[in-house]
Write a protein that binds this ligand. Structure first.
Ligand code: SAM
Length: 890
């Protein structure tokens, strides 16, 4: 027994030793693109649409994001800096890279833990080997641990196929596309590239026979310059390669290449093939849509060729690698829900450990480590308590917003659905949402109706390769009926009361009258479908967008189209005959929220309710609290917590979301919230000055506090804050005028103030003369986009002494990690001056830990936060995403 264990561990060590290099290569290659994306991200709404989520699933593991590419090093470096400094930064980045690769490899549990299987493993979740099949990941070569069930069932299937083949006609049966193929079978399938397009299959066969190629079967479609050939033995493959590879036929040299199995087959076989994409004929061959530079997908579905003829005429069949749409969009759906939660828990555990490691690494030499970091050693490296992942109350059909691409399917037909990969992978095909478990039935029915319409339209669908076409994207947003507390149905379907459809088009070159005609037909088709399927359709809009990516700027023109579906009067409060509806409504925490077409709203609204409640519970709210809701969207967090605080100030850059937030306050009779439209980095400093009793000496000068409080040291804050608050005048909040006025750079404030009697100061605003409340207890709940908080916001929060509690909600653990470094890393006195010279205008990225650590050193001496607790709410079942929440205090 014991020797078995040793043997298995030795083998694992060997495997592990190969992993880092491979991972490193992959990660470095992916970074250039990632940087570009991150830049764009900061300007955009960062909700994870189902489709984006799908694309993101395709990206390398999150740890790769922070690895620096050579381009990043150049860009981020001030050219005036000396070589020495460059080297230092490069060294740090290299270390960073190594650390993250190591962390990533650590997370890749590619072998089963034999201790766990036999009598339990004392390493628990920190074990580097997989505890059970659900934790097991494929090895870098695509194969599975040979002792796993997966590998065993794979071998069994392989054996079965071999038996079938032996009993059959003697040839190797090519099964790709219909059932799992074995590694052996895949190795016996090859493709030949640069075969004359005009050749028929028979011509190909006679060519092979003439050249004594011992093939088992050969397939070729006319008009394609690639064909597929299978062999019976490896020797036959080798012989044929010698004969065919490089042979000149009609002035072109043939290429004998591997066939790229579809993704699930790749996982099982670990195949990779030869480069194909260097066609020297200059023609835009169909094969060139195969961007996988390695090999060609063997699409054995003969039906596809005939299906293309039925399409509207502007699409060509594409030959490209594609995967099952559910696997792309919901990659965890094959696991039980409990296993999905375990996968997410492990991922977040690793992220948290990296936070502790990164801050320890950045701690100035000679400075005592903060207590929480010392305590991390006793928590197996965790920087704080981790309360685990809270399950989503709804597991299927939970998404209230999905973005469906309009394009061509693998068979060339017009399809409305999800992109089967990313453009940078060269995957352009779109597939119907099929049985993706995160999409609601309502959305699927609308997709089907819209797809039927699109197939009749004479206007072209969007082609990502040449950025042409008219129909681009269909966004479906759903709003629910109010649900009484405790009655929340697990079947979201029954609660959907409002549906908004936003159809994105590229109007370039299509005359207005022509568009208007198409829209009328579209509206009719969708209205009729909604009526016949008893689906609510309450808003229909067209969005014009001419950019390359479907992510349109929030100010892209929107036109509301009339629809005539019977709706309940309360659903249509802002609808009049000549003003079609432009919003939907949903409910969180018993409050009604109006949502504009471009405003962010959590896609899993019942999950969001859990998240916001937890944020409120952790934030230590009270009637004397001023709550800053940073990146507030339609005001969901602030408004659901408004009854627990003195006042809420929400900051949001999307103007229509801010307008929603203001209306949402009115809709729910909430009067102690203000919403400010502007970028948080532009307004937060001024707002803190406006509302927070910041500099206590000022107040003493103003005669509002006794001198006793001026000696208050930041580190004694908790004890003395009570004194400060009790000495503030006991005032009731006074009604102030609602209205809009300027604060800071290019911002506008809309708000309603009022509320319950609380303890705070009141003073006149310099800008409006209105009586303004000022608080000494300030809490921030930040819920930034995927890229995280802007460094100016982080700096302001860290330097604002009055801010003692900060709750960070994040849909991207990587940016949370980097931001947490900036909030929590201890600083040496005087560091700022020393670091100043090398900090000018650089360190742009926020998801890079090395950048974050260097940026902290540019701050003036300031008390760091400490991580107190962390948890996650699974807002995205069946995907790898999860919403994290962390409490920081000081
Ligand atoms: C993840 S959403 C959170 C919204 C809201 N807290 C909620 O849960 O519904 C992030 C929000 O931040 C906004 N945003 C993005 N960058 C911003 C910035 N620099 N300043 C202020 N808001 C920003 C986006 O428009 C979006 O509404």
């Amino acid at each position: 027994m014991a020797s078995e264990n040793v043997a298995s561990f030795e083998e694992d060590e060997k495997n592990a030793a190969h992993e880092p290099k491979q991972v490193l290569e992959e990660t470095a290659a992916s970074l250039e693109m990632k940087q570009e994306e991150d830049k764009k991200d900061h300007e955009q709404e960062q909700q994870i649409p189902a489709e984006t989520a799908a694309a993101e699933e395709e990206e390398p593991p999150a740890a790769a994001v922070a690895v620096a590419s050579p381009e990043m090093k150049l860009e981020d470096h001030d050219q005036n800096h000396g070589d020495e400094e460059d080297e230092e930064v490069a060294e740090e980045e290299e270390e960073e890279e190594e650390e993250e690769v190591a962390a990533m490899v650590e997370r890749m549990k590619t072998s089963l833990c034999s201790y766990f299987r036999k009598k339990g493993c004392r390493h628990g979740e920190n074990c580097r080997y997989a505890h059970g099949e659900s934790e097991l990941q494929p090895r870098p070569d695509g194969t599975w641990d040979p002792t796993s069930e997966r590998a065993k069932s794979f071998l069994a299937t392989q054996k079965q196929h071999e038996q079938q083949d032996a009993a059959g006609a003697g040839g190797v049966k090519v099964m790709i596309g219909s059932q799992p193929s074995s590694a052996t079978t895949t190795l016996l399938q090859k493709c030949i590239v640069h075969v004359p397009r005009g050749w028929s299959q028979d011509k190909l066969k006679s060519f092979l026979s003439d050249h004594s190629v011992p093939f088992a079967s050969a397939k070729k479609r006319k008009a394609m310059s690639v064909c597929f050939v299978s062999f019976e033995t490896a020797e036959q493959v080798a012989t044929s390669a010698k004969i065919l590879d490089g042979l000149t036929v009609q002035n072109k040299r043939l290429k004998f290449a591997d066939v790229l199995p579809r993704a699930w087959e790749q996982k099982a076989t670990g195949m990779s093939g030869m480069a194909l994409d260097d066609d020297d004929d200059g023609n835009n061959n169909d094969e060139k849509t195969e961007h996988h530079k390695d090999a060609v997908l063997y699409n054995d579905d003969d039906d596809n060729s005939s299906k293309q003829a039925e399409s509207a005429g502007d699409e060509k069949p594409v030959l490209e690698p594609y995967r099952d749409v559910c696997q792309v969009v919901t990659p965890l759906a094959h696991l039980s829900y409990a296993d999905q939660l375990n996968v997410k828990k492990d991922d977040i555990t690793q992220v948290l450990k990296r936070l502790a490691r990164s801050i320890r690494k950045g701690c100035p030499a000679g400075l005592l480590l903060p207590d929480w970091l010392v305590a991390a050693r006793d928590r197996e490296g965790l920087p704080c308590e981790f309360e685990g992942v809270i399950a989503s109350p709804i597991i299927d059909g939970y998404r209230n917003k999905c973005e469906f691409s309009i394009g061509s399917g693998p068979d060339g037909k017009r399809v409305v659905g999800f992109q089967l990969g990313t453009f940078r992978e060269g995957v352009n095909a779109v597939a119907e949402p099929g049985s993706c478990r995160n999409v609601s039935l309502t959305a699927r029915m609308f997709v089907a109706a819209f797809q039927s319409f699109i197939r009749t339209s004479k206007l072209p669908v969007w082609n990502k390769q040449d950025n042409t076409g008219f129909w681009r994207m269909l966004t479906i947003r759903e709003g629910r009926k109010p649900v009484n507390k405790g009655e929340a149905s697990t079947e979201m379907q029954h609660e959907i009361a409002e549906v908004m459809l936003v159809v994105q088009v590229c109007p370039t070159g299509v005359p207005e009258e022509r568009r208007a005609k198409e829209y009328t037909q579209m509206s009719l088709a969708l209205t009729n479908a909604a009526a016949s399927l008893s689906l609510p359709l309450t808003a229909l809009l067209v969005q014009d967008h001419v950019g390359v990516s479907n992510a349109a700027p929030v100010d892209s023109p929107l036109h509301a189209l009339p629809i005539h579906v019977n709706s309940a009067p309360e659903e249509l409060e802002d609808k009049s005959d000549d003003m079609p509806m432009t919003h939907i409504h949903d409910y969180i925490g018993g409050l009604r929220f109006r949502i504009s077409p471009t405003a962010f709203f959590q896609v899993n609204s019942v999950g969001a309710e859990r998240l916001y409640t937890m944020a409120g519970d952790w934030a230590g709210l009270g009637p004397d609290t001023l709550l800053f809701d940073v990146c507030c969207g339609t005001g969901t967090i602030g408004l659901t917590l408004a009854h627990r605080v003195g006042m809420v100030v929400g900051i949001e850059m999307n103007a229509s979301a801010v307008a929603d937030a203001q209306i949402n306050a009115s809709l729910n009779g909430i009067s102690n919230c203000k919403f400010v439209c502007g970028k948080a980095e532009d307004v937060i400093n001024n707002l803190l000055k406006e509302y927070v009793v910041g500099d206590l000496e000022d107040l003493v000068k103003e005669g509002e506090l006794s001198t006793k409080t001026t000696t208050r040291a930041t580190t004694q804050a908790d004890a003395e804050e009570t004194v400060v608050r009790s000495e503030l005048p006991d005032l009731s909040v006074k009604e102030t005028e609602n209205g809009t006025h300027q604060i800071g750079k290019g911002t506008s404030e809309v708000g309603i103030s009022g509320g319950q009697p609380i303890k705070q100061a009141e003073e006149e605003s310099h800008t409006t003369g209105e009586k303004r409340l000022r608080f000494s207890n300030v809490v921030a709940i930040v819920d930034p986009p995927r890229v995280g908080l802007h460094h100016i916001v982080l700096r302001t929060l860290r330097l604002h002494k009055q801010l003692r509690q900060l709750v960070y909600i994040s849909c991207n653990p990587e940016s949370l990690l980097a931001n947490a470094v900036e909030l929590c890393m201890p600083l040496e006195e005087g560091t700022a001056a020393a670091e100043k010279s090398r900090s000018r205008g650089q360190f742009k990225g926020t998801t890079n830990l090395g950048h974050a650590r260097r940026r902290v050193k540019t701050l003036p001496a300031s008390e760091p936060f400490r991580p107190v607790k962390a948890a996650a709410v699974d807002m995205f079942p069946h995907t790898k995403h999860c919403e994290m929440i962390m409490l920081f205090e000081r």
